[in-house]
Write a protein that binds this ligand. Structure first.
Ligand code: UN1
Length: 513
């Protein structure tokens, strides 16, 4: 571990051996298994966490229940002020936190900083929102009556997050949940525990400075069983989960069985449609960043390119040429475009996908492969690959979290391309590259893309926090982040007030005594 990294760890309050459970600034004496964190960047051991066990989870929930009673009574704009201060702390820690994200997860330093920027942006958004938790008012059918709707805090929000966005996805959820008056418990991916500890420590500074109860925010680090516990727990009215479709189905079933609420943001199988009028100088960077950014480990990564046959060869050649220029290596070195995959398991899945696409009749036109030698000692670096494939191949229908993009041809009308793009189980992000207004509008119309995100002349990844983020079908249907996503963090109540001196019944019913 280099000195620069040790400085980052010290600044963010990360020790060699860490507790895996905290309620605010109270770190518990955890008794679970030891989780060791290794950097995919250089293979170095970062430190360990003693996982949270059932007892610590229970202690956290009890304290959250108590804190909720105070927190929900604080006026929402005052809660917004707490989130504003959190945004200020994040500004101060942007560089070390961005560096830690890059070092522990493997994405480029620029993308690590970008993730912290998303946290700052959602805090700003939530601050404004804290004065805009609007409900409708409506006219009653009864004389001298008033009707309106209001939103109240829900209670404890459980957050399960994935390794690929180790800090931003938590902030999308907490910043909204807090201004809504909820308290939060976070189970991060056990692949990136240090990022979670760092975030928890930064928020603690705000809690302490304002003398707020610890139980507004808890962290429990551990494996899948902790997530299952949370999903089954009636004291957690909302579980927000980001990750694989397999995990999401399990959360949805368990939360559904107790009629709780879940907010799911699961896998994608995102395509860019490239039409004959597309501007190649936008297609290439859009597609390449989408496919190889974060080493293909975003939910929104570009997995498929659906290219009109008339320009297929041209686009293919331009992409192969661009892939030839990619620099793969240490993500903290800003000259590199692509860093490592998260771990050896991910490398195995990358290799399997490359084998499967060939076995199904596809062709690797940029072969890829695992990189060896100096700078690649962690064994997690792979070269991005391009395969020609068909949409119905099992491997193409499946989300592989790696930098592999599948090229396919369409002929005739754009509706053929849209049909291919929709013909997968997932429905997160989609894009069209076109300068033809009719094609653009068809893609965005009700007969168009069936995804939660549909972009024109932009790639599939890199959404801003201001829009609602999420998708349909196996992506899970949830919406996080901007727009009116806050509503899922609150319970809704319709209120009717009779300010007259008679008691007329609705629907004109007569009930004379
Ligand atoms: C994810 O991969 O879980 O649109 C989130 C994007 C990012 C968020 C991705 N803003 O690519």
């Amino acid at each position: 571990k280099e000195n620069a990294i040790q400085d980052v760890l010290d600044t963010l309050g990360i020790k060699q051996m860490n507790s895996g459970a905290a309620v605010g600034s109270k770190w518990m004496n955890t008794t679970g298994e030891e989780i060791k964190s290794y950097s995919p960047v250089d293979g170095a051991y970062i430190g360990s966490v003693k996982a949270a066990s059932e007892a610590e989870y229970e202690a956290a929930i009890t304290e959250l229940q108590t804190a909720f009673k105070d927190w929900r009574m604080m006026p929402a704009p005052k809660r917004g002020e707490i989130v504003r201060q959190f945004g200020e702390e994040l500004r101060k820690y942007k560089e070390p936190l961005g560096k830690l994200v890059s070092y522990e997860m493997g994405k480029s330093y620029q993308e690590g900083l970008g993730e912290v920027q998303e946290m700052i942006d959602i805090c700003d958004f939530a601050v404004g929102l804290s004065r805009q938790l609007h409900g409708f008012t409506m006219h009653s059918e009864r004389p001298n009556h008033r009707m309106y709707e209001q939103y109240h805090p829900l209670g404890i929000v459980g957050i399960i997050s994935a390794f690929n966005f180790p800090v931003a996805v938590w902030a999308w959820n907490t910043a909204l949940a807090w201004i809504c008056g909820d308290v939060c418990i976070w189970k991060p991916s056990e692949k990136v525990p240090m990022c979670a500890i760092a975030c928890h420590n930064i928020f603690n500074k705000v809690l302490e400075a304002n003398g707020l109860p610890d139980g507004i925010n808890a962290l429990v680090i551990g494996g899948a069983e902790l997530g299952k516990k949370m999903a089954a727990d009636k004291r957690v009215p909302l579980v927000s989960a980001t990750g694989s479709t397999r995990m999401g189905k399990s959360v949805a079933e368990t939360v559904g069985a107790r009629l709780g609420k879940s907010l799911l943001e699961l896998g994608g199988n995102n395509a860019i449609i490239v039409t004959p009028t597309a501007d190649l100088k936008m297609v290439v960077p859009g597609a390449v960043f989408g496919a190889v950014g974060t080493a293909g480990q975003r939910c929104t990564s570009t997995r498929r390119l659906i290219i009109h046959e008339s320009i297929y060869d041209k686009v293919k050649d331009a992409l192969v040429n661009a892939y030839g220029q990619l620099k793969i290596g240490n993500p903290l070195d800003e000259n590199n475009h692509v860093g490592p995959l998260i771990d050896q398991d991910a490398v195995r899945m990358y290799n399997e996908a490359r084998e499967k696409v060939v076995a199904e009749g596809g062709k690797l036109i940029v072969e890829g492969g695992v990189l060896e030698g100096e700078g690649y000692e962690s064994g997690c670096y792979v070269a991005p690959a391009i395969a020609e494939a068909e949409n119905h191949f099992a491997i193409v229908q499946h989300e592989t979290f790696a930098p592999i993009v599948y090229l396919m041809k369409y002929s005739g009308d754009v509706s053929n391309a849209i049909a291919m793009q929709n013909d997968v189980p997932q429905g997160l992000s989609s894009a069209i590259m076109t300068n033809n207004m009719r094609e653009q509008e068809e893609f965005l119309a009700h007969c168009g893309s069936d995804c939660g995100i549909a972009n024109v002349n932009i790639g599939t990844s890199g959404a801003e926090i201001g829009g609602a983020f999420g998708g349909e079908k196996e992506t899970g249907g949830g919406r996080e982040s901007g727009s009116d996503a806050w509503k899922v963090y609150m319970r809704r109540q319709t209120n009717t007030i009779n300010w007259g001196s008679e008691l007329p019944l609705a629907q004109g019913i007569k009930f004379d005594l």
